[in-house]
Structure formats: structure tokens, C-alpha cells
Design a protein around this ligand. Structure first.
Ligand SMILES: [Zn+2]
Length: 323
């Protein structure tokens, strides 16, 4: 069987068995050509669903204000005309859409699989369709910009996903992806397993694809995209995952081993998010210094290009090739 990312027919190597969730354990394989990791056999829909029983909405509270600002920043860079359409795939509570709409005046739409998030977005007047991208029939395409922020690593079929995005984009439209560096993302789990822990889970719930840079670039090219920008970021988190910062061992173990035996947290109630968000805005001085630091780091990164192997995440901007 060929690598579902780079397409190479080279035999994949068994790395270790890893828990997808409390119930499901699968062999993790490494592509001999591109170095990406994936589970084989591919997890089924019901198996993937077991990854989302714990409160995966908890971070939506924490990141609402930040994501709204990110959406606005995205609009300033990529909403080039006075009118246009923007799609956020896996839009959760719609934070990026709100920021993008406010900054650009464009029409915005989203897709999201979680029904409560969909209702929550609709209550705020956002046009959100429930389901996976390739199952959503009524999207107001074509879009000039499609965002998939931390989505591809969760997708049961990344190639089908990218081809669907290609079909929904306007000519020369942009697809903006953020995703973890798979080699770093899988590292703590693989190491903890090697260190003798019997049951080890993925660092983040629901991650089933672990793309190397070569793997994701090959897949994008095969799906009709040309990469225009490739930015590795989040170096500090990568150092933690590689056990190189003080306290990393403890943190990685809590995340990948002890999580399997902790009680399951019920999903957060979405109605309190606006309250949480206003709290977030209250601490403006702390926010301002965090924003300033981010700015400094991003300028530095402009001078010193970070090798992709040292980054926890990739941000990729690609253009739709004409068909
Ligand atoms: Zn490969």
C-alpha cells in the first residue's frame, strides 16, 4: 500500500502501538520515504468518535479573544478585494469568522461537526453548516479564502478533504492551513512507549495524521495546490515535546500516559463563552505585552528562518492551481 500522504510505494515501518483513545489502540507506521506517521489500518468513523468523549471544547473558552484577533489579522493579509467569501473549516465557536468578517466586510461561512457549536454560531448570526467538508452540500462557494486551522491532522481522509477544498475555491483562491509538525507531535508518545509505559496516547486527542513537511507538501501538490508560504512556528512547545525543557518529562507523561486513567470531563457549556471572553478582554495590559512578544518573535523569525524540524506547527498558504 502506498503512503497516503506522499504517495511513495516504499514499505512503511512499524514504530509502536499507540492509543487513539481509551478504547482504541492501533499500530503507528512511519513512511520510509517522507517520514510521516499514520495509523494502519486507518481508524474507522466509530473509532475516531471515541477520541471526542472528553471535553475537547475546553480550549475554546481560553482562545476565543485570541482567535478573533487572528481572524482579523488573516483578513488584513488575505481579504484583498472589497467583497469576497471566506470559509472556516472546523470553525468551532466561530471566533476566527467573527474577526475576519469585522476586519474585511466579506461574507463568511463555516463548517463544524459538533452540533452544539453549530447552534452557538447560528445564535450569533454566523452561517455554519454541520458536518465534514466533503459532506457539506450547501456551502455558498466559490470562496476566495479557505482556512483549515488545526483540521488536517484530524481528517479521516486528508486527500479527499484537500480535493473538496480545491473544488470550493475560486480560481487563484488561497487555502490557509495550520497543522502540527507530525514528527514532533508524535515524538513524546513514541518516546514514552519506548521508556516502558504500556499504554500511551497521542499528545492531542483526535490526532490521526502526523505529517512531515515533505509528506504534506507532496499531498498538497497531488491535490492541485501550489505552496506559496511555509512557516514553521511554536519552537518552545517543540522543545517541551522533545523533553528538552525543565519539567517536560512530567508534563509529557501527564498528557500521554496519565490522561488515560483520569475521569472524563463533561463537555463545557457553550453559553458561558461570551462571559469568559469578556474576562479575557479585561486583562488588557497582560494581553498587550503578550501581543508585543508575539510580534517580536514573528519579526525575528523573518530574519532567522526556523528549520521546520524544530517547530511544533506549520502554517502553509497555498494557491489553487488551474484545472
Ligand atoms: Zn510518505
Amino acid at each position: 500500500m502506498s503512503c497516503r500522504f506522499c504517495g511513495s510505494a516504499a514499505s512503511p515501518a512499524f514504530v509502536t502501538d499507540l492509543c487513539l483513545s481509551r478504547e482504541v489502540t492501533k499500530p503507528l507506521m512511519e513512511c520510509a520515504a517522507c517520514g510521516s506517521y499514520s495509523f494502519s489500518p486507518r481508524p474507522t468513523g466509530p473509532e475516531i468518535a471515541t477520541c471526542y468523549v472528553d471535553d475537547y471544547r475546553r480550549d475554546f473558552f481560553r482562545t476565543h479573544a485570541k482567535n478573533k484577533r487572528r481572524g482579523a489579522a488573516l483578513a488584513r493579509s488575505y481579504a484583498l478585494g472589497a467583497t469576497g467569501r471566506f470559509l472556516d473549516v472546523g470553525c468551532s465557536i466561530g471566533s476566527m469568522m467573527e474577526g475576519f468578517r469585522e476586519a474585511s466586510g466579506w461574507d463568511v461561512a463555516g463548517t463544524e461537526f459538533d452540533g452544539e457549536c453549530v447552534s452557538f454560531c447560528r445564535s450569533k448570526g454566523l452561517n455554519v453548516t454541520q458536518g465534514l467538508l466533503y459532506d457539506s452540500a450547501d456551502l455558498p462557494a466559490p470562496f476566495q479564502v479557505i482556512l483549515a486551522n488545526n483540521v488536517l491532522e484530524h481528517e479521516p481522509d486528508p486527500e479527499k478533504f484537500l480535493k473538496a477544498a480545491h473544488g470550493l475555491l475560486a480560481e487563484n483562491g488561497k487555502l490557509i492551513l495550520t497543522l502540527p509538525n507530525g514528527r514532533v507531535d508524535a515524538y513524546p508518545s513514541v518516546q514514552l512507549r519506548k521508556k516502558g509505559n504500556e499504554r500511551v496516547t497521542t499528545y492531542n486527542e483526535g490526532h490521526i495524521n502526523f505529517f512531515s513537511r515533505a509528506g504534506v507538501e507532496a499531498l498538497l501538490s497531488r491535490s492541485g495546490f501550489q505552496v506559496e508560504e511555509f512557516k514553521p512556528f511554536h519552537m518552545k512547545l517543540a522543545l517541551k515535546k522533545r523533553f528538552l525543557l525543565p519539567g517536560s518529562e512530567r508534563k509529557n507523561k501527564r498528557t500521554c500516559v496519565e490522561r488515560l486513567t483520569r475521569p472524563i470531563l463533561p463537555h463545557s457549556e457553550l453559553k458561558s463563552i461570551e462571559v469568559q471572553a469578556s474576562h479575557d478582554f479585561l486583562s488588557t495590559s497582560r494581553k498587550a505585552s503578550a501581543v508585543a512578544m508575539t510580534e517580536v518573535f514573528s519579526r525575528l523569525a523573518g530574519f532567522v528562518s526556523l528549520p521546520s524540524s524544530l517547530a511544533n506547527d506549520f502554517r502553509i498558504v497555498c494557491r489553487k492551481n488551474s484545472t
